[in-house]
Design a protein around this ligand. Structure first.
Ligand SMILES: Cc1ncc(COP(=O)(O)O)c(C=O)c1O
Length: 446
């Protein structure tokens, strides 16, 4: 099936009990055993089935199968949020200690997880100078457990060369974990370019309506855990906390997701509620259609802003002179995403004034909603980072991040236009619009 069809049909045909065609919301904590022997067989993972919703749930299982198929993977685990998915994915490779090598352009909280939270648990986050494969390769050593990047960085909008980064990770015997939240599998499937594990915040474009939090880990099934037994003993040695199970042996290509579920979700419980799984499934049904409009509107907004003399700079990978345009062609068919950043003339103060004057576009910290959204990362999502880390992450003090929704383009542009007119920006020097100048690099790390 093609992705448009997978998004609607994968994982569910009709309810076996009622023939309902909408995915039922299995609002239950537990599931009856036929007998003590049946319960024991479920706990021993000898038979398929459900036992307790902290481990798995039939509504969530449909979502998991749909996500696995959308990404072209073999299995998925859906959890309570994107951050929980990232936390479990990092623990899964590195809970014995070691380091994770990352690009610097990350969502602020993911950066904090790697720079401040995981180090307290013996896992070091190492940030490369840039998102280039050579910069990443320089930081990999015998204690590295994974390489991490966002396929499209939030908010920097950089596009990672997944193929080149996967090559340096694999040369060192470690998996590449990719956060594919901004691209979604509709714009890019990282597994097709060598990534091993994909992580999502489902709260964003996949869910698409800003009504439910959720996250997911998707397993390509391709990383050879058994071939790297010394670096990854938890996949290759008997797990005393699960009666001596060896994950790589028992689960084969699904070992990563199976271990994340049995070890972290089972014992720490960042469970996705079945109602949220249902809402996210509803959103996913239209993701292909919505992404088309998101991308189209994103381009029109980028072009409008770039041609406006009140705007200082626009960072958008869909522009032919963007430093990421070649990668946009390689990975996104030349498209940009609907996430873009810009700065208006007059710097920080003018930018804040513009932000306060938006009427249709919502001021908040989310992306990927059907509604257009705006955020000032330096004072919100990336506030906890140092100025130097902000710069490396592609965050400038005056920068406004837009996540362009699927409203009528004229309404979006009219709102931007009125906010630009109302903001205290320096008056344009002449009445004829100058030709758009070159876009400044959004981060020193480009
Ligand atoms: C790229 C990216 N990854 C992960 C997350 C975290 O997801 P959640 O808010 O669902 O925990 C976000 C949130 O903005 C994000 O933008």
């Amino acid at each position: 099936m093609r992705r448009e069809t997978i998004a609607i049909h994968s994982g569910f045909d009709a309810d076996p009990a009622t023939k309902a065609v909408a995915v039922p919301i299995y609002q239950t904590a537990a599931y009856a055993f036929d007998s003590a022997a049946h319960g024991a067989a479920l706990f021993d993972l000898e038979v398929e089935g459900f036992r307790y919703s902290r481990i798995s749930n039939p509504t969530t299982a449909v979502l998991e199968q749909r996500l696995a198929e959308l990404e072209g993977g073999v299995a998925a685990l859906a959890v309570a949020s994107g951050q929980a998915a990232l936390y479990y994915a990092f623990l899964n490779v590195a809970d014995i200690g070691g380091n994770i090598v990352s690009v610097p352009q990350l969502y602020g909280t993911s950066h904090t997880l790697l720079s401040s939270i995981l180090p307290r648990q013996g896992i070091q986050g190492r940030f490369a100078e840039s998102d280039k494969a050579e910069a990443i390769a320089r930081l990999i050593d015998e204690d590295t457990r994974a390489v991490f990047c966002e396929s499209i960085g939030n908010p920097a909008g950089n596009i990672c060369d997944i193929e080149a980064i996967a090559e340096v990770a694999h040369a060192a015997g470690v998996p590449l974990i990719v956060d594919n939240t901004v691209a979604t599998p509709i714009l890019m499937r990282p597994f097709e370019h060598g990534a091993d594990i994909v992580v999502h915040s489902l709260t964003k474009f996949l869910g698409g309506h800003g009504v439910a939090m959720g996250g997911a880990i998707v397993d390509s099934g391709r990383f050879p855990w058994a071939a790297h037994a010394e670096r990854f003993p938890t996949f290759n040695q008997p797990d005393a906390s699960y009666h001596g199970l060896v994950y790589a042996d028992h689960f084969g290509p699904e070992a990563f997701v199976a271990r994340a579920r049995s070890v972290y979700q089972r014992t720490t419980g960042a469970v996705l509620a079945p109602m949220s799984a249902f809402l996210l499934l509803q959103g996913i049904e239209t993701v292909a259609l919505r992404m088309e409009r998101h991308v189209e509107n994103g381009r029109k907004v980028a072009e409008f802003l770039r041609a406006d003399p009140r705007v200082d700079w626009v960072s958008y990978a869909g522009f032919a002179d963007s430093p990421y345009h070649d990668l946009a062609r390689k990975y996104l068919g030349g498209q940009g995403s609907s996430l873009l950043t810009f700065g208006i003339k007059g710097g920080l103060e003018a930018g804040r004034d513009f932000y306060d004057r938006l009427k249709l576009i919502k001021r908040l910290v989310n992306i990927g909603d059907a509604k257009s959204l705006a955020c000032h990362p330096a004072s919100t999502t990336h506030r906890q980072m140092s100025a130097a880390d902000q710069a490396r992450a592609g965050v400038r003090p005056e920068m406004i991040r837009l996540s362009i929704g699927i409203e009528h383009i004229d309404d979006i542009v009219e709102d931007l236009d009125q906010a630009l007119a109302a903001a205290r920006t320096p008056a344009p020097q002449s009445s004829t619009r100058p030709a758009p100048g070159p876009i400044p690099a959004p981060a020193e790390s480009l």
